[in-house]
Design a protein around this ligand. Structure first.
Ligand code: IVH
Length: 742
């Protein structure tokens, strides 16, 4: 960094400038390079604004390498550089209506009036540049410094939302089409990705944008090469011997890591928000251009409006602001653009931003509250997780008093002390997250958190499972009351046996009254036993159903639960990593718990959605005596241990891959996927050329566009019901286009 020579700049401003540039540069390096931020977005914005303000007052401070003169981030050197056809710009931000008013004044001054404005959501993701030549995708790149980005074209093949070939429509695809857009994780995928990261013993991503950067910038090509070369080595070694075993293990691990990387990237979404260079197509209006792009199969955000006056802009901002937390992905503002491309050209740009567009940022939903304590929770598989207990505070639409801190490293990284005033927000506007301390408010009474070295419930010595794991675990899976309580609660949870009467309080009561040693005893509970425990006999306030209603309800629900689908029983067993997806696939493939328990790692790992890590966890589980004792107790009580041929539906969807998107009136996502799986079909999450049907409900988003681009049949809810009832139409006789009803 060049420190400018002071001319008339007061010392205070000059040193603050140096300080700001240093902090911002570091934050940018971390953000774009290492993918773990040092500052929250709100803090970054605030410092960046302060820097802009100092430079506005003292222009002599501005150097070519000031962060205000650069766009986006530096490149990490991991990927080949690629020059964008046209510079990718960033946006100037405004933070209130006064600032926006001044921007509109400037427009009106230059153009004589406020022109038609295209208002859109500002999606909080990662900017990418796509180049299509004669309709074929030839390049995908990150933004980099705006002129040169990173070549991530290889990864495009795994992104369902990025068409590799544009759809022919009445307007043929132009010779050259460069589009820009945002790659992002929606809230649900972000949350499930972070769950997986934790399951794999890795640190979670701080926010959806970082998760996006880390995911898109994976060297999947190298992983593919590594796998191929390991497979070649294995082939050269023959089948037997220790060397071959090791090589096979290595191949399995590489394959599972590659699968994971591909699945992860396939869950990202994309939305187009700009056009770069084009040849053979020169739209007059950006809004009009979106229409063409959509017809060519590119996903364009549905929430955009062309408005004609200042009041309309303000109205758009406030309307979207009100539902800001209702979108299924994070938005951090609204982008306002001059719609007329000719006027855009006339207005021009500065070195990093257009003069014809601006971002209105909603006030950051970062709040402050007191961190009262840091406690630890012992999970159902023994993972010990510190969590923050805070003074209740309202943030992004709900009241929050607890937030996970994931592991001891995270507590250290965040630098929070017990008693601190802390900044709090919701990551993905959903999951409460402590950002860090308000250091200025410390008064010396704060104290550091010390991660316990023994389990707070059973006193066992905590240890990581593998030497490089960040998580500590309580090894006493069999007897630790915390783990048993969590497992009991899990048996009743919606993704497992869905037993309404077996909630958290019931799980606690069953243990406190000594009615169960562990989940093995659940199905032999009797009304006499439950009658000895207050929780199950006392009337709940306002519950006039009388004595023992709780007990009877629980017993009848347990009786019903015994006959639920095999995959649910499998989930209820709390085998590490075995959630509904893996369980469904195991149940379909093996048909019975006995077959699963006697399968070896290779057989299990060959099952869809089950890699070697899950396979090993399953084998481990079934070779533990006390766990097998649980299975035997359940079996003795008549819990279903096999897919029942009599109640299983005919496999009319066997061999079909079906993606459900948007919301359906008559099915939850889970129910729709279950209905597909029960008929032998595969419910997938991303659309590809291998997809047979896309079922599109309300707000289907980019998956529907992708389906249309790939000529995959799209069904509405009625079409989906017909498919479930009677299977697909016979392939030979179905005239094209008749399968879809939307
Ligand atoms: S237009 C020349 N529209 O926000 C115009 N950008 O903070 C450049 N972004 O670099 C971008 N949603 O990556 C535009 N609807 C939207 C956007 C959007 C998100 C991103 C984009 C841009 C960044 C600036």
């Amino acid at each position: 960094m060049d420190i400018p020579e002071p001319v008339s700049v007061p010392e205070r401003e000059r040193s603050r400038w140096v300080e700001l540039v240093t902090v911002i540069d570091e934050a940018r390096d971390r953000y774009y390079g290492a993918d773990r931020p040092t500052l929250s977005d709100a803090e970054y914005d605030e410092l960046f604004q302060e820097l802009l303000e100092i430079e506005r007052r003292f222009p002599e401070l501005v150097t070519a390498d000031s962060p205000t003169q650069l766009v986006g981030g530096a490149r990490s050197g991991m990927f080949e550089p690629v020059q964008h056809q046209q510079q990718m710009l960033s946006l100037d931000d405004v933070f209130d209506l006064d600032e926006l008013g001044r921007w509109l004044d400037r427009l009106a001054r230059e153009l004589g009036e406020v022109p038609a404005l295209l208002c859109e959501l500002k999606v909080d993701g990662l900017a990418v540049d796509l180049v299509y030549r004669s309709g074929e995708l030839v390049s995908m790149a990150t933004r980099g410094d705006g002129r040169v980005g990173e070549d991530v074209t290889f990864n495009a093949q795994y992104l369902a939302s990025v068409p590799r070939r544009l759809t022919e429509s009445e307007a043929p695809a132009p010779q050259l089409l460069e589009v820009r857009g945002e790659m992002f994780f929606d809230n649900a995928e972000f949350a499930s990705l972070n769950d997986e990261m934790l399951d794999l013993g890795r640190s979670p991503f701080a926010n959806a944008r970082n998760a996006g950067a880390g995911t898109l910038r994976q060297r999947i090509d190298r992983r593919v090469e590594d796998l191929r070369s390991a497979e070649r080595d294995l082939a050269g070694l023959g089948k037997a011997g220790r060397g071959a075993d090791r090589a096979r293990g290595h191949v399995d691990r590489l394959r599972s890591e590659l699968d994971h990387a591909i699945r992860r990237i396939g869950r990202m979404r994309f939305t187009v928000h700009g056009i770069g260079s084009t040849e053979g197509w020169h739209p007059d209006l950006q809004s009009q251009a979106y229409g063409c792009l959509e017809r060519w199969g590119l996903p364009v955000a549905s929430t955009n409006e062309v408005v004609g006056s200042r009041t309309d802009v303000v109205e758009f901002i406030s309307r979207q602001g009100e539902r800001r937390f209702d979108f299924d992905h994070e938005i951090d503002g609204v982008v306002i653009k001059v719609d007329d491309v000719g006027l855009q050209r006339r207005l021009g740009q500065t070195s990093r931003t257009p003069r014809w567009a601006v971002a209105y940022k909603y006030p950051p939903e970062v709040v402050r509250t007191r961190l009262l304590d840091i406690r630890v929770n012992v999970g159902r598989t023994g993972r010990v997780t510190p969590f923050a207990v805070m003074e209740p505070v309202r943030v992004a639409g709900s009241t929050v008093s607890m937030a996970t801190l994931h592991n001891a490293h995270e507590v250290t990284r965040k630098g929070v002390l017990i008693g601190d005033m802390v900044f709090l927000r919701k990551a993905g506007d959903v999951i409460p997250e402590v950002i860090g301390p308000v250091v200025e408010e410390r008064d010396g009474s704060q104290r550091p958190f010390v991660m316990p070295d023994r389990c707070p419930e059973c006193g066992s010595i905590l240890a990581p499972e593998k030497s490089d794991d960040v998580d500590l675990r309580c090894p006493n899976s069999r007897l630790c009351p915390a783990q048993i309580r969590e497992r009991l609660f899990h048996v009743g949870s919606r993704g497992a046996l869905d037993i309404a009467g077996l909630g958290w309080k019931a799980a606690v009561a069953l243990m406190e009254c000594g009615l169960v040693d562990d989940e093995g005893d659940l199905f032999s509970l009797t009304s006499e036993a439950l009658a000895t425990c207050d929780f199950f006999t006392k009337e709940k306030p306002g519950d006039g159903r009388g004595l023992a209603a709780n007990a009877e309800a629980l017993l009848s629900q347990l009786a019903r639960a015994k006959t639920k689908a095999l995959w649910r029983i499998l989930v209820a067993l709390s085998i590490r990593h075995v959630g509904p997806t893996a369980a469904r696939s195991l149940a379909t493939r093996f048909g019975s718990l006995d077959a699963i328990s006697s399968a070896d790692v290779a057989e299990l790992a060959a099952c869809d959605g089950v890699g070697p890590v899950i396979a090993e966890a399953i084998v481990d589980w079934f070779t533990t005596d006390w766990r097998m004792a649980i299975v035997e107790k359940w079996r003795a009580c008549g819990v279903r241990m096999a897919e029942d041929a009599a109640d299983s539906l005919p496999h009319t969807l066997a061999g079909l891959t079906i993606v459900v998107t948007g919301s359906l009136a008559g099915f939850s996502r889970n129910q729709a996927e279950e209905a597909i799986a029960a008929r032998g079909g595969k419910a997938a999450s991303s659309v590809s050329s291998k997809t047979d049907y896309v079922v599109a409900g309300e707000n289907p988003g980019s998956k529907q566009a992708k389906a249309l681009a790939l000529s995959v049949s799209v069904l509405g809810e009625d079409g989906f019901r017909a498919l479930l009832d009677s299977g697909p139409p016979a392939r030979d006789s179905a005239p094209t286009g008749e399968q879809g009803d939307s």
